[in-house]
Design a protein around this ligand. Sequence first.
Ligand code: TXA
Ligand code: MG
Length: 329
Amino acid sequence: MRRVAGEEGLAEGAALLRAGGIVAFPTETVYGLGADARSDSAVQRIFAAKGRPSDNPLIVHVADREGARRLARRWPDLAERLAARFWPGPLTLVVPARKEVASATRAGLDTVGLRCPAHPLALRLLQAAALPVAAPSANRSGRPSPTTAEAVLDDLKAADGLVLDGGPSGIGVESTVVDVSSGAPVLLRPGGLGREEVEAVAGPLLVLGDDGKAPRAPGMKYRHYAPALPVRLLRLEPEAAIAVIRRQFDPADTGILAATEVREALSAYRGVDLGPDADSAAAALFEGLRRLERDPDLARIVAVWCDTRGRGLAVLNRLEKAAGGGRHV
Ligand code: TXA
Ligand code: MG
């Protein structure tokens, strides 16, 4: 992939999307790898570049609510209320799809995940290309999502396409995915928008897996977010986590990923400071995993997290998956 500074690359990126090519671009959550969502052959290029299983559908990015309604076979009242409140922003709504959305984009489902991103470059790219853009996170399948253009290149250098460099994406974890396509709304993936905020508009959300049924977000069954080193997650309060780490892990080959309080107490260890709260942790999480995996002296990463409020729930979910747990099969 060829990197271009965001502003200068906009026109070229839009033209490439119109020609059926792939373009990585920043969003406010993570970098996405985009292609024309209406074209099976364009979207196949995304699956090929990522090594993504073809049964995992892609999120389609639109410039506004009008663009979303055009792709929805039905646009439920709740979709309208959530989009009116939270778009542009880190919320993906799964709704019944029109046939214009390529089958490969939907992975053959009759629904589509739609989102209007809040990043100015992403919005300008969508406006300039004037088409719906299917874009999963721009990482190799199974790897931590990229929050910088460098991370995109680390994973996808060999692919044929363009990377629009817009600096680090701010939020750092992907969008919250809510299925409003039938019956009660379901939280399919916690993300950048807190569950509490969605529930303030939608009422209580069902949570994927709570009813014991098969996952409705096909992507959730795969191993995800895994760096090159094994990850251990300690879902403990600071004091308990500090004691466990001192007792069980060797500072010589263990990297710590934790909030400031824990990180500072463990100064004998190398590691990454996730900052004081869930928002700072979300912003630092994926880059932190990528930084630690590059350290040749480390044999493992020990992550400490237990907060489930706001973006904390997404941080916990990503770390569970990076550690090989959570709901993936
Ligand atoms: O923040 C984000 O959402 C980023 C940026 C680039 O927008 N995109 C992203 O896409 O995270 P991806 O492909 O890495 O994750 C999409 C998730 C997957 O878990 C997928 O299974 C689910 O959304 N999904 C997409 N379409 C769906 C559908 N029709 N029904 C159920 N789940 C769907
Ligand atoms: Mg992804």
